[in-house]
Design a protein around this ligand. Structure first.
Ligand code: HEC
Ligand code: HEC
Length: 476
């Protein structure tokens, strides 16, 4: 009868070794609006999030890429934005697109947590810690950004509508896209606000949700952004996992407990993936291979020289925001909550399996060297602008142009000098784990799945005020 007691003692001792590093449980106070914004604001935000009316050509919604039934992403490495049709891996592009979205659609679980003070894989939108921006936010819209937005989540919702490839569309196609191409962001936001003012059901909802809106013409786009943020905060909160139960004191099974111990102990994961969201909100270079067209940022001109397409194809991550060499190829540590639901993994979806993503961490440089690029969703039709005296029109790439164009997706990875820039920026030292230990960590990562997050398609409203079909299609 002695054995169980001994085991219990050993387990208590083991828990003691890392319990100090375990985060505290999440509470309402961790979220914007203390997790409970006015239901009118939430309801309005819900309509906006699924309504294609916010896109220049009225053909894509936020939820097209952040689908509540697909881990709040779209299930592909790199999204197909404006111009595509269909959802998730079935999205197609017969109508023609300009290109791929260069990064993986980020999951939105717990994105309403106050701990997020930067947005995007590179944190290019963030609270201004330096002073100098009247809006108190440092962002790509710099001085055009409205003042008075008090959180980065609201500020973030101002941006997808300004992206030609994500939501705005191409110049010549619609006035929002034209304004964006002139970098007149205020005009683009104004045009979208006018669409909302002109929709009676929206006008009524905005007047109900905001004290400073007395008549439809008072609606500004930042009002819409605030409502979207309120919706995201409630809709994507996710703190009902087995890991949450563990933090509240309920034991997990022995295999899960072993994985947790490794994660917070010897494997070193929690040196970056820490706190209640399992992220330090900092930027680290861990040599994730590059696939896709990049952010047009790097200094290398070899692709342009080879193909004649005037693009640079590297994605230098945080460096592009700070110009600090220490930030080259750094990306924000992702939250690991619901990580089993959010593949493909990495800032560009380079890894199609969670296990490969975890194994990459164990010897990043070797993994980069042996990496075989993952399939990207096929692009049926790629178009390019042709400028003439009357304006701009769009032409399908010729087969030769198309061949050169497609090289973008693998250009960086197939170039030894470009790959070695990624390798030399790496900051993560190899970690020695046995096969059994790797398996344990994967078991632990499954405990981060909140069963209520697996399919939240009930969030998709049956109709939206614009009268357009909501995206993605509502659950039957
Ligand atoms: C075409 C696909 C697409 C559409 C449409 C889209 N997003 Fe995203 N979203 C992305 C991608 C890709 C990223 C990461 C971008 C980056 O890091 O450069 C992202 C990032 C985000 C983030 C930052 C998350 C974080 O962890 O920092 C939020 C919040 C977000 N999107 C909300 C929205 C909202 C709100 C809308 C609608 C107004 C929207 N998205 C429309 C693809 C999309
Ligand atoms: C040096 C900091 C650091 C350490 C230590 C670390 N990670 Fe990461 N992890 C990151 C960063 C940064 C990314 C994103 C990299 C990118 O996309 O370029 C990431 C990405 C991930 C992802 C993919 C998440 C997603 O949504 O795409 C998983 C899973 C993950 N890490 C698990 C682990 C595990 C398990 C360990 C321990 C074995 C670990 N990490 C150790 C920084 C770290």
């Amino acid at each position: 009868m002695k054995a169980p007691l001994t085991i219990a003692l050993i387990m208590t001792a083991a828990v003691g070794a890392y319990a100090a590093d375990l985060p505290r449980p999440l509470t309402d106070g961790d979220y914007l609006w203390n997790g409970a914004p006015d239901p009118k604001l939430y309801g309005l935000g819900r309509s906006l999030f699924f309504d294609p009316v916010l896109s220049g050509n009225r053909n894509i919604a936020c939820a097209t890429c952040h689908d509540p039934a697909r881990g709040t992403g779209d299930g592909v490495a790199l999204s197909i934005g404006e111009g595509g049709t269909g959802f998730g891996p079935d999205r197609v592009t017969q109508d023609g697109v300009i290109g791929r979205v260069p990064r993986n659609a980020q999951p939105l679980y717990n994105i309403g947590a106050r701990a997020y003070t930067s947005m995007f894989h590179d944190g290019r939108l963030e609270l201004d810690r330096w002073g100098g921006f009247p809006s108190r936010l440092r962002s790509p819209a710099s001085e055009q950004f409205p003042e008075g937005l008090d959180n980065t989540l609201t500020a973030q919702a101002m941006f997808p509508v300004l992206s030609a490839v994500e939501m705005a569309g191409q110049p010549g196609e619609n006035p929002v896209a034209d304004a964006v191409s002139r970098r007149d962001f205020k005009r683009a936001w104004g045009l979208l606000a006018e669409r909302l003012s002109a929709t009676p059901d929206y006008a009524r909802q905005f007047i109900g949700a905001f004290d400073d809106i007395k008549e439809p013409d008072d609606i500004r786009f930042d009002h819409a952004a605030r409502a979207i943020a309120a919706f995201e905060t409630v809709a994507f909160r996710s703190d009902q996992s087995r890991f949450d139960a563990r933090l509240a004191g309920w034991p997990m099974n022995a295999a899960e407990e072993a994985g947790l111990e490794l994660f917070f102990g010897k494997a070193g994961c929690s040196s970056c993936h820490n706190g209640p969201l399992l992220t330090d909100h900092e930027f680290h270079a861990i040599a994730v291979p590059q696939i896709g067209p990049g952010k047009y940022q790097g200094v290398d001109g070899s692709y342009a020289a080879h193909t004649g397409h005037p693009h640079r194809v590297e994605d230098e991550g945080r460096f592009n925001v700070t110009s600090d060499a220490a930030d080259l190829f750094g990306f924000r540590t992702p939250s690991l909550r619901n990580v089993a639901l959010t593949g493909p993994w990495g800032h560009n979806g380079a890894f199609a399996s969670l296990e490969d993503m975890v194994r990459h961490h164990l010897d990043t440089v070797a993994s980069l060297a042996s990496y075989v690029p993952n399939d990207l969703p096929p692009l049926e039709t790629v178009i390019q602008p042709v400028r003439n005296r009357t304006g701009v029109s769009y032409q399908v790439l010729s087969p030769m142009q198309r061949g050169a164009y497609d090289l973008r997706d693998t250009w960086v990875h197939s170039s030894t000098p470009l790959r070695s820039r990624i390798a030399s920026a790496n900051m993560l030292a190899p970690v020695d784990l046995s096969e059994e230990e790797i398996a344990s960590i994967l078991v632990f990562l499954e405990t981060l799945t909140d069963p209520t997050a697996v399919d939240r398609s009930h969030l998709v409203p049956p109709t939206v005020p614009s009268g357009l079909p909501p995206q993605p299609s509502p659950a039957k």
